[in-house]
Design a protein around this ligand. Structure first.
Ligand code: OMD
Ligand code: FE2
Length: 453
């Protein structure tokens, strides 16, 4: 896919970019006077004292310093982002599945407001489940989003953690302080804690411009590329494919008034400015939003027999304190060849010490019938709750002729896998299209016949 904007590439690189020649100071961060009277400002993504390998910060050179804004005002959820007010209250081990959020369905807001309302990314965020607290910098939230309107004259930042944004349909363009980042379906983006952004929806046709998808919010560490162990130095997601924005200033909006929304300790606040916050003329550093085309993922898997664990498809991981255990992994199930001999090829039956939130992004998922798990649908299999192939997929895969089989390019599923237990929002059970017949897909497996003793 042809991208609209230019980028700089390389996961975690130290970048340097300027959209006006000479704006970026050379050899120092804090000149006594910056070029053009710009203001130098540091954005720290890790503690000042974090080890060098983990340290993340960016220096921005901007038209005004960020401090120049009105007072923070507390805003009600209903006024700006009802779905952020949905809190995880329900503990259930039940296997849950939701059908896609329908454009016509009034499921988007707390008040189940009428479907004609313009809904931007912030208003369309709908918390499904959570664990932990941002104030403890510990835990995560999972959302779905739906939007049909761009944020205009407005921006948002999340003080509570990083946002991984995964469009399933449509396209978002994120205008961020550090530049423009387009995120069509099939790509993923991460906006780290504190970086202000506006989400724009790209028209799909003359009459529709909607985007829907999913968001994973993590409350402490940042996303990293997973270690590859014996896989070696190559394979899976390559660092060079991660794209970062170039400095971008929209001169036309510089003097206009803006409202900035903030999520802080899971509350919403707003302040006003009489100028754009997208006024960073130059920046350098390694704390920045990024995007990645999931089609660049190079799948590695079993080439003779048996089914590898899905961790083999991890794109990004957010570590916990325990080595090898993620707070959350972002995993995909990409187009690929299935070639295993004498093997039941789809995902196996299992119970896991991790929570699995599954999303079908496109095409068919090999462990579920197409009708039950269409693109846009999602499911939750919580810690130790049994799940796996449904009866229909099992019957097919247990009897199919095992030739090399291409899972088509139209296939794409994804998973947020977390070591935490989620509490589900009551709104996810009441307002989203919950599939009340889900667990019946596992009824009536014929019993094995064991020889009598
Ligand atoms: O439950 C799922 O569908 C996800 C999954 C996929 C897989 O290939 C192996 C295990 C697993 O949990
Ligand atoms: Fe699973």
């Amino acid at each position: 896919m042809k991208l609209r904007y230019d980028y700089q590439y390389g996961f975690g690189n130290h970048f340097a970019t300027e959209c006006v020649p000479g704006a970026l100071p050379v050899g120092q961060n804090n000149p006594q006077k910056c070029a053009y009277g710009l203001y130098a400002e540091q954005l720290s993504g890790t503690a000042f004292t974090a080890p060098r390998s983990a340290n993340q910060r960016t220096w921005m050179y901007r038209v005004r310093p960020s401090v120049d804004h009105g007072a923070y005002q507390r805003v009600s959820f209903a006024e700006r982002a009802p779905g952020l007010g949905f809190r995880g209250q329900i503990a259930t081990p039940e296997r849950l599945r939701w059908q896609p959020r329908d454009d016509a369905a009034p499921d988007r807001t707390a008040d189940a407001a009428d479907a004609d309302t313009d809904t931007d990314f912030l208003r369309g965020l709908f918390r499904i489940g959570e664990n932990g607290l941002p104030e403890d910098r510990n835990g995560l939230s999972i959302y779905s989003y739906w939007c049909n309107t761009s944020m205009d004259g407005e921006a948002f930042y999340n003080a509570d953690g990083d946002l991984l944004i995964l469009p399933q349909q449509g396209e978002l363009v994120l205008q961020t302080e550090l530049g423009m980042l387009e995120v069509p379906a099939g790509h993923v983006a991460v906006v780290p804690r504190g970086i202000r952004f506006a989400a724009r929806v790209v028209p799909m046709s003359d009459t529709t411009s909607t985007s829907r998808g999913f968001v994973l919010e993590v409350y402490d560490r940042h996303f990293e590329l997973p270690d590859l162990g014996p896989i070696g130095a190559n394979g899976c997601a390559a660092p060079r494919d991660f794209r970062y924005p170039l400095a971008y200033v929209d001169r036309d909006t510089l003097q206009s008034s803006w409202r900035i929304w903030a999520k802080f300790q899971n509350q919403i606040f707003m302040y006003e400015t009489d100028h754009s916050v997208f006024d960073v003329v130059a920046w350098h550093g390694n704390y920045a939003p990024f995007a990645y085309d999931l089609d660049r993922f190079c799948p590695v898997n079993a080439v003779r027999f048996d089914h590898m664990d899905p961790s083999i498809f991890t794109v990004l991981t957010c570590r916990s304190d325990e080595p090898g255990v993620a707070l959350a992994d972002f995993v995909i199930f990409p187009p690929r060849w299935n070639v295993q001999e004498h093997t039941f090829r789809p995902p196996y039956f299992h119970r896991n010490c991790m929570t699995e939130f599954m999303m079908n992004l496109a095409g068919e998922y090999d462990a579920k019938s197409a009708a039950g798990f269409p693109p846009g649908a999602c499911s939750l299999h919580s810690i130790m709750s049994a799940h796996g192939p449904d009866l229909e997929s099992f019957a097919r895969a247990a009897t199919e002729q095992l030739r090399p089989k291409r899972l088509p390019d139209s296939t794409l599923a994804a998973m947020f896998e977390t070591s935490r237990m989620l509490r589900i929002t009551k709104e996810a059970l009441e307002l989203l299209p919950l599939d009340r017949t889900y667990t019946s897909c596992w009824r009536d497996f014929p019993p094995a016949t064991i020889p009598s003793s």
